[in-house]
Design a protein around this ligand. Structure first.
Ligand SMILES: Cc1cc2nc3c(=O)[nH]c(=O)nc-3n(C[C@H](O)[C@H](O)[C@H](O)COP(=O)(O)O)c2cc1C
Length: 169
């Protein structure tokens, strides 16, 4: 699948076949993620791959139950010790988008789920404990990955012309 088609057809997948995702494919997703641009080429990313259902259960107390059916979660975050700017969120979001698009192009399904809530620290604390995270590592998203078992319906989208401005707003 070419890159434009992958971008245009990617959707969030929340239903998965009961089939494992081999480590080789997971490594390919992370390899794609790390090709993303980052401020000053810091590459501050950390990816924690989890297949253990007990770990997943600890986290889904704060998240949606569908996530438990995903064969693999990739916690995507950044390491403050490897970052020289305040652009950690942008850097991490760009890497995640690479991962999502690559997963789709490879026939996998994935969904971005939030890894923290600015108003409530309980999810952040649970993740930190479950993954034994050092203090300098912050999770931005838990990306669920698996073999798709759904085809999402049409997505409502704001018109292109409504969000595009030429020269001035
Ligand atoms: C910052 C962010 C947080 C999101 N959090 C969740 C989430 O917690 N759970 C979930 O099921 N989807 C989550 N999503 C996925 C969005 O719901 C989804 O991307 C959106 O509805 C558009 O659908 P599409 O991905 O199929 O194009 C999140 C997406 C983003 C970018």
């Amino acid at each position: 699948m070419d890159a434009v088609k992958a971008v245009m057809t990617r959707r969030s997948i929340r239903k998965y076949k009961k089939k494992d995702v081999p480590k080789k494919l997971i490594m390919k997703l992370i390899d794609a993620a790390r090709q993303a641009p980052s401020a000053y080429n810091d590459q501050p990313w950390e990816f924690i791959v989890v297949k253990n259902k007990e770990t997943m259960k600890k986290i889904t107390k704060y998240k949606s139950k569908f996530m438990l059916d995903a064969p693999v979660w990739i916690f995507c975050g950044y390491n403050k010790n490897k970052s020289s700017t305040e652009h950690d969120l942008e850097n991490t979001a760009l890497a995640i988008e690479n991962l999502l698009i690559t997963a789709h192009a490879m026939g996998l399904g994935a969904v971005y789920t939030g890894g923290y809530d600015p108003g409530d620290k309980s999810l952040e604390k649970a993740i930190s404990k479950a993954l034994n995270l050092p203090k300098n590592v912050h999770i931005v998203s838990i990306v669920c990955v698996g073999w798709p078992d759904e085809e999402p319906g049409e997505k409502e989208m704001r018109p292109l012309s409504n969000m595009t401005h030429f020269e001035t707003f």
